[in-house]
Design a protein around this ligand. Structure first.
Ligand code: HEM
Length: 494
């Protein structure tokens, strides 16, 4: 048996190891606090709201905003009004500058010499431990990686290619119209956001990946919910680094991980099928999926699913929100609705499908569309690295400032009249410069086709009593879902 002296010795050794660890931890902690203090000293000359906490910085405010179900960007807007065109926010040892000054916006967003902030975009490389947006088009920070992908993807967004998508836009919009016919006949209430969300997801899956989801007919599909969950998870994780660690959120985190897995396995399946089709020399469309395969080169197919997730994320929810906000605003402004409908009737007459040539003639609808993106506060947060601090740009903020726009919250398509002066780097819902939205024309064509058909065929009114507020779920969407009662237009022959 062991002598009590040895027992005593090993206990003593264990205690000294523990105390050494505690001391080391303490020294590291003090060192880290000193570093945070140094960063504060370096940047505190820049105005900014008071920090909630020395280490956490402004994180508690972000958490409060999210828990109270407010739009977090409204807080940024308040701070911009209070602290000026460049102000500071802190999280741990990082400092971000929120910039609303048009000159700086022009200089930084338009120039290729500033890259996206690797720290910020790395946060969405993975989601709760699973690879998510990876090194895709939107998240790629390194210029060469991004440029290679963008060059391969560009042809899938060229005007000649997009022109060929008009049939798909029309066909998918037509499915929505048929769905709305039934709702009109049965006099039930239409949740427009839910429906346009199905259409935009159908469209992107069809044109990008050659897949027919037909979500209006398959309302139980787990796909829209998975995208929604991932979006929520992504935003929670970015705004609140403690979210994933809280035991109360364990169930939610697991749900989100399942959603990521679903999107990834589906993406991998689509890539695999297309790869086989290419190998068997079958006729394949020159769509985004084919471009993804080119980007992938000869790598294993399972590693490229994040490209699919990138496209799904970028190409769907944004357009759906823009459409549903537009329907909401048109419903609230009968005069503007009347004028838009008149233009649609003039351009389309009794023709059922929207032609590519019609899009250019629908000038007032284009104005409405721009104003929609304007009153619809699309969140753009571009973060660039200069020295230590990163810069955050948000069109939500600038488009709501009296300084740049008269009566900014008023829905007023005249702002975007072709003869009106263009906003000077204060309105950029699709971002600006080399990293601007690749799908801008795509989304505007799609939105116009859906809206044109809807306005040509139906009269609608908003169900009274619903909220017109914005819900911040990462992207911004109408809180109520835009509930409408729908009637077949007396003039419509369809
Ligand atoms: C109303 C609809 C849309 C809005 C407001 C919008 C907005 C934006 C914004 C703000 C960015 C920059 C994001 C960042 O740098 O962090 C972006 C990037 C991008 N968007 Fe869109 N988008 C829309 C629709 C679409 C659609 C329909 C597609 C594709 C079918 C698409 C594809 C892309 C791509 C590929 C990028 C990455 C570009 C790059 O970094 O090279 N977007 N979009």
């Amino acid at each position: 048996s062991t002598h009590p002296c040895f027992l005593f010795l090993s206990l003593d050794r264990a205690l000294s190891t523990i105390s050494l660890r505690v001391i080391l931890f303490f020294i590291a902690f003090v060192g880290y606090c000193l570093y945070v203090w140094h960063i504060h000293q370096k940047y505190d000359h820049i105005p900014g709201p008071p920090r909630d906490n020395f280490l956490l910085g402004h994180i508690p405010t972000f958490r409060r905003e999210m828990n109270s179900d407010r739009v977090i960007h409204d807080r940024f807007l308040e701070w911009t009004e209070k602290y000026g065109p460049v102000y500071r926010i802190n999280t741990f040892h990082t400092v971000s500058l929120v910039v609303s000054c048009p000159e700086a916006t022009k200089e930084i967003l338009m120039s290729p010499k500033y890259s996206k902030d690797p720290l910020a975009y790395k946060r969405i490389f993975h989601l709760f431990g699973l690879r998510f947006l990876g090194n895709g088009l939107v998240t790629a920070v390194d210029h060469d990686t991004w440029y290679k992908q963008r060059r391969i993807m560009d042809p899938a967004f060229s005007s000649s290619y997009l022109r060929g998508l008009m049939d798909t836009f029309n066909e998918r919009a037509e499915c929505l119209m048929q769905h709305l016919e039934v709702i009109a006949e049965e006099r039930t209430i239409a949740n427009m956001h839910r429906m346009v969300n199905c259409v935009t997801l159908d469209v992107i899956c069809k044109v990008a990946f050659g897949v027919d989801l037909d979500l209006l007919k398959h309302p139980d599909s787990p796909f829209p919910n998975a995208i929604d969950l991932c979006l929520q998870g992504m935003i929670q994780d970015i705004r609140d680094p403690f979210f994933r660690h809280s035991p109360w959120n364990r169930k939610k985190v697991r749900e989100i991980q399942e959603a990521v897995k679903l999107l990834r396995t589906t993406g991998a399946k689509w890539i695999n099928q297309r790869r086989k089709a290419v190998e068997n020399a079958e006729d394949v469309p020159k769509d985004i999926l084919t471009k993804i395969l080119k980007t992938a080169g000869k790598q294993a197919p399972m590693n490229e699913d994040f490209h699919v997730i990138n496209v799904l994320f970028l190409g769907q929810e944004t357009t759906a929100s823009q459409l549903s906000f537009a329907i909401m605003e048109l419903g609230r402004h009968p005069e503007i609705l009347k004028r838009t409908k008149e233009e649609v009737d003039e351009v389309l007459g009794t023709r059922r499908d929207v032609l590519y040539e019609d899009l250019g003639k629908l000038t007032y609808l284009t104005q409405v569309s721009w104003e929609m993106s304007y009153s619809l506060p699309l969140y753009i947060s571009k973060v660039f690295l200069i020295n230590v601090s990163s810069k955050v740009f948000s069109s939500y903020i600038t488009s709501r400032m009296e300084k740049f726009f008269k009566d900014p919250l008023k829905f007023d398509p005249e702002r975007f009249h072709p003869d009106a002066s263009k906003p000077y780097f204060s309105y950029y819902p699709f971002s600006l410069g080399p990293r601007s939205c690749l799908g801008q024309t795509f989304s505007q064509m799609e939105a116009k086709v859906v809206l044109t058909k809807f306005l040509q065929r139906f009269d609608f009114s908003l169900v009274p009593g619903q909220s017109f507020d914005i819900k911040d779920t990462g992207s911004l969407r109408p809180r109520s879902g835009v509930l409408c009662t729908i009637k077949h237009c007396a003039k419509s022959t369809f």
